[in-house]
Design a protein around this ligand. Structure first.
Ligand SMILES: [Zn+2]
Length: 122
């Protein structure tokens, strides 16, 4: 199950950005052709986040529809599989979306953030 390794990476990236603050929500963009199982990601998140600042946080997966552009006729269309041909018959397709797997948003628990001196505020 490669979702475990993927989730380890996600948790360590988010923990690094959280800088010790408690994380409430993590939003991950997941392309439908990324080859990653969303349910397995949820399961691995619960396992991997245990004992980190992400423990108890909500994992939100934002599914991204796959799209491609034909290199022959330049049409743009939905590609439910990696092998979806263009309406013109061409299989020379440039992938525009659908293979993403990235952290989009992190929401921190405001109560875990100490008051900053005014000079440190942006
Ligand atoms: Zn075409």
């Amino acid at each position: 199950m490669h979702e475990l390794g993927i989730m380890r990476n996600i948790v360590s990236i988010v923990a690094e950005h959280a800088k010790g603050y408690t994380v409430q929500r993590v939003t991950v963009a997941l392309g439908k052709l990324a080859g990653v199982d969303g349910q397995a990601l949820h399961f691995c998140f619960d396992v991997v986040s245990r004992g980190t600042v992400l423990e108890g946080a909500r994992l939100e997966l934002r599914e991204i529809e796959a799209r491609g552009r034909c290199r022959r006729c330049h049409a743009e269309f939905a590609t439910p599989t990696l092998y979806t041909p263009c309406a013109c018959g061409s299989r020379d397709i440039e992938r525009l979306a659908g293979e993403e797997l990235m952290v989009r948003e992190i929401e921190l628990d405001a109560d875990s953030i100490p008051d900053l001196p005014l000079s440190a505020r942006a």
